[in-house]
Design a protein around this ligand. Structure first.
Ligand code: SF4
Ligand code: MG
Length: 316
């Protein structure tokens, strides 16, 4: 049994312009102690998917099972004991940290909120262990977020997520706001923690090199839909969806002698408001034919656990 099972999940928002299909019929599994990478341009529904899976947002329809239990059907009260098992690390730790709280207060807060201990000594011990675990020096415990650099602030965010001993963490662009030199340190920390604590990650990013480095499996998202799903290695060796091909061909190859074959996407990401029943990538796809504008493609099983949402996957 997978730790996370998502079935036909939808999250729609009513907007002045119509119904925004932020997450539109997503089905996926995440096996325990693995990382599922979610990649796509901003606005494709990655963050909304992550938030809906851990019920920071209520789904419009569909199902999420956590350790075999359907959490979508639980009341808030029933869900509370499972909430500690599903945590999130945010892109901008600065925005998600209360500037008036010190490092130790920030890390203690979730433990206090969920009443995991009533002993002051035990709480202090847990906070100092967590600071050590994420590589924050003990002398920083009375510092405030504005006194720290982005990498250390993200370490506070990671310590807060870990403080409740979760099984599953949604990492939403956790290194995108950091300097490149610090990105690798934080990624390595997340990978070490995964091994030590058997953590399961959903790792959201728009950066193909980051997703390649960190993921076991990858879902490529486009306008609320998963358009390709496979093992990470397989995606980089054999991308099958035209959108994945375009994303991959946009990664610069660090060798001036290799002539890079770029697949150009036409135009911009269109809006996921009231989408028409056709391939959502069709207006930008270099392979689009009449059929692509006339009906919605179905997910095709291409073997080797590789799934693709494209009418023409067997021709191109
Ligand atoms: Fe391109 Fe057609 Fe495939 Fe859509 S269904 S990705 S338009 S070839
Ligand atoms: Mg986002």
């Amino acid at each position: 049994m997978a730790l996370i099972e998502v079935k036909h999940l939808k999250k729609y928002f009513n907007t002045a312009g119509g119904i925004l299909h932020a997450v539109d019929d997503v089905t996926l599994n995440i096996e325990k102690s693995t990382t599922l990478g979610i990649v796509g341009e901003s606005g494709c529904g990655k963050s909304t998917l992550g938030r809906t899976i851990i019920r920071l947002l209520e789904p419009t329809s569909g199902e999420v099972c956590f350790k075999g239990e359907n959490i979508t059907s639980l009341s808030n009260k029933e869900f509370k004991h499972l909430r500690v098992g599903m945590q999130m690390i945010f892109q901008d730790p600065y925005a998600s940290l209360d500037p008036r709280m010190s490092v130790s207060q920030l890390i203690a807060e979730p433990i206090q909120t969920y009443k995991l201990t009533s002993s002051k000594q035990e709480l202090e011990k847990r906070v100092s262990d967590l600071m050590d675990t994420v590589g924050l020096a003990a002398r920083l415990k009375n510092s405030y977020p504005h006194e720290l650099d982005g990498g250390r602030r993200q370490r506070i965010g990671i310590a807060r997520a870990l403080s409740l001993n979760p099984d599953f963490i949604v990492c939403d662009e956790p290194v995108s706001a950091l300097d490149v030199s610090i990105q690798a340190q934080v990624l390595n920390l997340l990978q070490d923690l995964q091994k030590e604590r058997n953590l399961t990650y959903m790792f959201i990013t728009h950066d193909m090199s980051v997703v390649k480095h960190i993921s076991d499996e990858i879902c490529v998202m486009y306008l609320g839909q998963v358009v390709e799903k496979c093992q990470a290695k397989e995606l980089f060796k054999r991308p099958l969806h035209p959108y994945s091909k375009a994303l991959l061909s946009a990664i610069p190859i660090p060798n001036i002698h290799v002539k890079q074959h770029k697949i150009e996407m036409k135009g911009e990401l269109t809006s996921p408001i009231d989408p028409k029943p056709c391939c959502r990538f069709a207006p930008r796809c270099p392979y689009a034919k009449d059929q692509c504008f006339a009906s919605e493609p179905q997910l095709t099983d291409c073997g080797n656990h590789h799934y693709v949402l494209c009418h023409r996957v067997n021709e191109i």
